[in-house]
Design a protein around this ligand. Structure first.
Ligand code: ATP
Ligand code: MG
Length: 350
């Protein structure tokens, strides 16, 4: 099979990764769109080293042009921010000037590196979150065995702390399991008709007692009879439970939490109309620099405070995954000193 020049161009054009063909004199013979995006336009005819000035890349190409075969290297290019690339070079048969003697393919490995980093951060975070209650438990067991062995009052107090810490570990593991379950079926869109009003009412009965005990008033007076979405009822319950728990937990004592639901016109990226459920609290609010990061796992504005209240920083990460699975969106708006509104947008099921 022989490939003409225009076939070659189509072949390169079909590749998403930057590709360059160079001849024996180190001149660029052909470049695809991705390469031009990376190195600038009008590459053919230019000396390769003008575009790709990296010593490891030059070494790899030099070995392929001298000895044939293949070579690879990991390089960082500034564009203008540094981007890590994996570079591969393979020899071609061209011998004369202007004939392709080697092909260079570059692959941006920053998404892979970011995923790698996220995975190791996640393991580090989980270990840290589990270790602190475990350290407390181990310390108190030792105290019960020794100094508190015949002090019933201290024993009762320590057992109380121990059961709280054990409950915290249990909650953390429960949250991790539900996060991994939600992630596992995020692509499978749920299909059951679920009424949001009934779901929210159900959540309100679950958390009413806690809200009352901590002196927050909850209000929800929908004008509508039923608001249907195609959903997973347990998961949607979890969404509203996490959001309402946050609203109660991070709002001002004596403040009120208001829940509203309305039907909105389709917005960009939505084909159908959406239900917009807003949960507004009168809390201290969230500084704007934190807002984009709130749905990251373990991200907390004030981790000491959240932890003290039993939080692990997974609540909003779970909410985000469930909302994504329902093809919806979570919108967070907040004004410091005034309060926070968390709005869930979900496609209407008619
Ligand atoms: N309504 C709110 N008002 C102010 N800050 C909030 C509000 N909701 C969330 N936050 C901030 O976002 C952080 C992340 O919330 P998230 O629900 O993910 O975790 P958490 O409440 O700390 O723990 P968890 O929900 O796992 O028990 C919280 O620690 C808090 O700092
Ligand atoms: Mg929470």
């Amino acid at each position: 099979m022989t490939l003409g020049k225009s076939d070659l161009r189509s072949l390169l054009g079909a590749a998403e990764d930057p590709m360059l063909l160079v001849d024996r004199n180190w001149s660029i013979v052909e470049a695809n769109d991705a390469a031009e995006e990376l190195f600038g336009h009008e590459l053919p005819g230019q000396p390769l080293v003008r575009a790709l000035r990296n010593p490891d890349a030059i070494r790899a190409l030099s070995s392929v042009l001298d000895r044939g075969g293949r070579a690879k290297a990991e390089i960082t290019l500034s564009n203008p921010d540094p981007i890590p690339f994996r570079l591969r070079v393979a020899s071609l048969s061209g011998v004369e000037a202007g004939e392709a003697a080697a092909v260079i393919v570059l692959r941006d490995i920053s998404p892979w590196q970011a995923a790698q980093q996220m995975r190791s951060d996640f393991v580090a975070n989980v270990s840290h979150e589990l270790r602190s209650p475990l350290t407390t438990l181990a310390g108190l067991i030792e105290t019960l065995r020794t100094t508190a062995s015949d002090d019933p009052e201290a024993q009762a107090r320590f057992l109380g702390i121990m059961s709280r810490e054990a409950a915290r570990m249990d909650r953390l593991i429960g949250d991790l399991l539900s996060l991994s379950r939600v992630e596992a079926d995020e692509r499978i869109r749920p299909t059951d008709p679920v009424d949001l009003i009934a779901t929210i009412r159900n959540v309100l009965t679950i958390i009413a007692e806690r809200a009352e005990a901590s002196d927050r008033t909850l209000s929800f007076e929908p004008d509508l009879e039923a608001c249907l979405v195609a959903g997973d009822s347990d998961q949607l319950t979890q969404v509203f439970q996490n959001l309402l728990e946050n609203a109660v937990r991070y709002s001002r004592q004596g403040g009120s939490v208001h829940i509203s639901i309305e039907r909105r016109k389709p917005m960009p990226k939505f084909a159908t109309e959406v239900w917009a459920i807003s949960i507004s609290d009168e809390g201290e609010g969230i500084a704007p620099e934190h807002i984009p990061r709130l749905t990251e796992r373990f991200y907390r504005v004030d981790s000491g405070r959240s932890r003290q209240m039993g939080g692990t920083g997974l609540g909003l990460a779970i909410v985000k995954h469930i909302v994504n699975r329902h093809r919806g969106r979570l919108v967070i708006t907040s004004r410091q000193g005034v309060g926070t509104t968390m709005t869930v947008l979900l496609p209407v099921l008619d």
